[in-house]
Design a protein around this ligand. Structure first.
Ligand code: EPZ
Length: 420
């Protein structure tokens, strides 16, 4: 397993281009199952999660071709139920459930395992699909879903932690080929869900209220192929914003959509970081000290849970107390123990992490645990004095495209070391 070796202390300087969004492209690739025509998806990031999804599509009988950062998919016929091992290994694969039901009225998908950040239930997905007329059986670790016909209805999809992103995606992808009108109440408003909806409309779906908590879908008989460019990855962008701020750098992000990460910009400015438009890019600089700031993660357009760990790494540098509250997932503080190995002073009390910042970090060997926790450890290593080894960075490769190359081009002293 590969590791990163990081020699900290170098300020990040220069320009970085943000890749296409992992969390938009996964459901969009799944949506190509809704038609027998060819779909072209552009700005597809080269990530292990994307490679997994493409293998799942092929295991269902689709023809898949990559041409640079464009992927063409043609699911002329859907065979079988997909490769269990592949589906089991990647939670995001649950979003093939909706399109398989929409296209074929049946699906058998392995229950996604929990993961290190929480149990990751799918009760809301199943509630929505059942409301559309699907018969659901959960047995032997599989979800078996069948529907004689899918009939539009009104569905409230809010759960204990608010809306569900992939749950909204699944219901959208089943409803577009259902008979009649479906109203999704408490729909997720994340830009990635809106991007999926725009792709479905390009395929001939009829959807209104895109990006709002109430989305209305009028079913159509069939969908056709489409050509779609994926939105830039706002979480990768926010990761680089935090890294530039942590290293007292001066970085311009290209190819990003600042309107997608308002809450993060607001908190970075509160922390004493300057973020301003620069031509078509977004420039982040930090000259003075980092200031402490409190954050609570919320559904969009609140502070994203996927940026919580990265922002915490930055707050370890801010003299004073920062309280970081995780409201979306039940155990998303795996990075805390590892940040403490680098010298951070953090106490966890239930959903709150109390960060006593200001003490300089010093390099040490640390272990990545989930995708965003790994990013937080890289940020802390870049800011720490001395050398940090981040082990098990396969977690990072799931969601960041050649992160070490992008960081090196910004002046970071980082290299990938092949593991045993
Ligand atoms: C998506 O996961 C993202 N993944 C996650 O990003 C992201 O953290 C999450 O949305 C929240 O924004 C992809 O898009 C591939 P949810 P998803 O359903 O859809 C509870 C990353 O780092 N819930 O919005 O699986 C759930 O337990 C990943 O890129 C139910 O209770 O998340 C959680 O507490 C990590 N019942 C909350 O809702 C359900 O049926 C939000 O989960 C579904 C979810």
């Amino acid at each position: 397993m590969d590791s990163f070796v990081i020699h900290g202390g170098a300020p990040l300087r220069g320009e970085v281009t943000i890749s296409g969004s992992k969390n938009a492209v996964l459901p969009i690739l799944a949506a190509t199952l809704l038609t027998g025509d060819t779909c072209t998806i552009r700005r597809v990031p080269d990530l292990s999660d994307v490679a997994f999804m493409l293998r799942i599509l092929e295991s269902l009988g689709a023809e898949v071709r990559r041409e640079g950062d464009a992927i063409t998919v043609r699911a002329a016929r859907i065979q079988g139920f997909g490769d269990y091992e592949l589906i089991r290994k990647m939670r995001g694969s649950i979003c093939i459930l909706g399109p398989l039901l929409g296209r074929r009225r049946e699906a058998s998908v392995s229950l996604p395992g929990g993961c290190i950040i929480g149990t990751r239930p799918i009760d809301l997905h199943l509630k929505g699909l059942a409301a559309l007329g699907t018969r659901i059986q959960v047995e032997n670790g599989y979800v078996h879903a069948r529907a004689r016909r899918l009939a539009g209805t009104t569905i409230f999809l809010g759960g204990r932690a608010g809306p569900t992103v992939l749950g909204t995606a699944n219901i959208l992808m089943a409803a577009v080929l259902a008979e009649g009108v479906t109203v999704i109440e408490s729909a997720a408003c994340e830009p990635e869900v809106a991007d999926l909806a725009h792709f479905l409309v390009a395929m001939g779906a009829r959807i209104s209220g895109i990006g709002s908590p109430t989305v209305t879908v009028t079913g159509v008989r069939e969908l056709h192929g489409a050509d779609h460019e994926v939105i830039p990855d706002r979480i990768e962008a926010c990761t680089f914003l935090c890294a530039a701020a942590a290293t007292k750098g001066d970085v311009t992000l290209q190819g990003t959509r600042p309107e997608h990460f308002g809450a993060v910009l607001d908190k970075l400015r509160e922390a004493g970081v300057t973020v301003e438009r620069a031509g078509t890019g977004l420039r982040v600089t930090r000259r003075g000290k980092v200031r402490p700031a409190d954050v609570t993660t919320q559904p969009y357009s609140g502070f994203p849970t996927d940026v919580q760990a990265q922002f915490m790494a930055l707050m370890t540098l801010a003299p004073g107390i920062s309280v970081i509250t995780e409201r979306i997932f039940e155990s998303r503080f795996m990075h805390v123990a590892e940040l403490m190995r680098l010298g951070a002073d953090i106490a966890i009390e239930g959903p709150n992490a109390i960060v006593k910042g200001g003490r300089p970090l010093s390099g040490a060997p640390v272990m990545a645990s989930d995708l965003r926790a790994s990013a937080a450890l890289v940020i802390a290593g870049l800011a720490a004095k001395g050398t940090t080894q981040v082990h098990r960075i396969y977690h990072l490769d799931r969601g960041y495209e050649r992160m070490e190359d992008k960081l090196r081009r910004l002046g970071a002293r980082i290299e990938r070391v092949a593991g045993e």
